[in-house]
Design a protein around this ligand. Structure first.
Ligand SMILES: Cc1cc2nc3c(=O)[nH]c(=O)nc-3n(C[C@H](O)[C@H](O)[C@H](O)COP(=O)(O)OP(=O)(O)OC[C@H]3O[C@@H](n4cnc5c(N)ncnc54)[C@H](O)[C@@H]3O)c2cc1C
Length: 431
């Protein structure tokens, strides 16, 4: 979808090679973009006329199980990290699709199954090896480049190229996973029950929802269904008892529960998001979960243009909200809900229809929306940096940018106003 032409793509294997690429770019006046896992929906890894530093050959992970720490290269995918750490019964909380890049996910925040239990991925960045815009290689740790480390924890990309993350690991064992499915005639009741349940659930339980279009049994048009999926990280035998209040309040049409490994849980989302499809996401934080939210969501679901699309929602809270605010640049820890309309399709002629569906679905949520957005799901620049981060954080991020990349060599398009490339008329997607 992002048909842009960099001047060159530099596939790096070491921090020194990243440094050489950076010096080449600055000496020749080229801006630089960074590719981690290549999953950013806005296509921030690639820009016309820029040098793209591609970290995909840098996927090594070293685990110090005794210290509960992993050293992961900047181009790792989530599956690289999980494969190395789960051998020791450890994991770093991360996203729900294992082919996502650790780099972009961690720098922008990192929501996932373990977030309510242990916090976001960015909360687990203990230190980072970073190549700065002038080619210098530094290690941000503790008070050494403390302002840079703070910005890397959820402030988005654009402050330097992280060639290695040092991440805190957490213990993980078998997980109880439960899926409950509802047809549209009971979805309203189930959505209401979801909110009441989710706000009471223990931090070791994460329950998410999705509205999807599925083929109807036999002939006829597709039907829309609601799926509530839970992962319980306490004693797996206790899982069914934890879910009982939800299932009693809203008996599903079909449901099943099983105990799986954490590695299996992490791979379950992989097939729904194939490479080569076209994607548009529109996301919002919500202050409440009530009829003015659930009704528009059901309406948007009824208008879903393709089977591959979905409306996803989750109650956040838990360790995400408990993390001290000042430790990281990540904003809006206190918002309770996030909703994302994810359009997925294949025919370029349907770009506009799909993007409009996602945008309108979210806009209908009206006053329940909290200003700002989760950077990693933002497809456009609807919100200013101050609206995303708040005034104080946004000013501090601008200062860090000024210190480490004063001439805005690294373009991420995400966080500080300075880092945003000028919008291009030819981008083609409706705002
Ligand atoms: C299928 C899919 C599933 C997803 N699931 C989740 C999820 O469960 N939870 C969640 O929170 N998010 C999720 N996301 C969103 C994801 O966090 C963002 O798309 C993120 O930008 C992906 O990072 P990447 O490295 O793959 O992306 P890229 O497109 O490679 O990079 C995006 C930006 O990140 C920066 N960047 C990446 N690596 C580095 C680095 N090493 N050093 C410096 N800058 C770097 C650059 O600014 C770059 O422009 C998902 C996205 C997709 C497409």
């Amino acid at each position: 979808m992002h048909d842009r032409r960099p001047v060159c793509v530099v596939r790096c294997r070491t921090a020194e090679q990243v440094s050489a690429a950076m010096r080449f770019a600055t000496a020749n006046g080229y801006p630089v973009t960074v590719r981690g896992g290549g999953h950013n929906v806005a296509g921030s890894a690639v820009a016309d006329g820029a040098v793209m530093i591609d970290l995909s050959p840098m996927r090594g992970v070293l685990v110090d199980a005794k210290a509960g720490v992993a050293h992961a290269d900047g181009g790792c995918l989530l599956r690289d990290l999980d494969a190395a750490t789960t051998r020791y019964g450890l994991a770093c909380p991360a996203g729900v699709v294992s082919h996502t890049g650790l780099g972009g996910l961690a720098l922008g925040g990192g929501y996932g199954w373990l977030a309510r239990t242990w916090g976001l991925t960015c909360d687990h960045i203990l230190a980072a090896e970073v190549v700065l815009a002038d080619g210098t290689i530094v290690r941000a740790e503790g008070d050494r480049h403390g302002d840079l480390l703070w910005a890397l924890r959820g402030g988005g990309g654009g402050f330097g190229v992280v060639t290695r993350f040092t991440l805190r690991l957490r213990p993980v064992g078998p997980v109880y996973r439960h899926v409950a499915q509802y047809s549209m005639d009971t979805a309203d009741q189930a959505l209401t029950a979801y909110g009441a349940f989710a706000e009471q659930q223990p931090d070791t339980l994460h329950t998410v929802g999705a509205l999807k279009r599925v083929p109807r049994r036999g002939a006829g048009a597709d039907e829309v269904v609601l799926r509530l999926t839970a992962a319980y990280f306490g004693d797996p035998d206790e899982g069914p008892r934890q879910l009982a209040p939800l299932l009693d309040a809203a008996p599903p049409k079909a449901d099943s529960g099983q105990v799986i490994s954490y590695a299996e849980l992490q791979a379950l989302g992989d097939h729904g998001e194939p490479a080569g499809a076209r994607y548009y996401t529109k996301s919002a934080y919500l202050s409440t979960w009530s009829e003015p939210v659930t009704r528009p969501l059901l309406l948007a679901a009824s208008e879903m243009p393709t089977r591959m699309s979905s409306i996803d929602f989750e109650y956040l809270g838990g360790a995400i909200a408990a993390e001290p605010e000042q430790e990281s640049a990540f904003p809006r820890r206190d918002v309770p809900y996030m909703v994302t309309a994810s359009a997925q399709w294949t025919d370029p002629a349907e770009d506009e229809e799909n993007a409009l569906w996602a945008r309108e679905g979210i806009q209908r949520l009206g006053a329940s929306r909290v200003p700002g957005v989760y950077l990693n799901y933002a497809q456009d620049t609807e919100w200013s940096s101050a609206e995303v981060f708040g005034d104080r954080r946004s000013r501090r991020l601008a200062e860090v940018k000024e210190t480490y990349d004063p001439t805005n060599v690294l373009r991420s398009g995400q966080n500080t106003e300075a880092a945003r490339p000028a919008p291009r008329a030819s981008e083609g997607m409706p705002k």
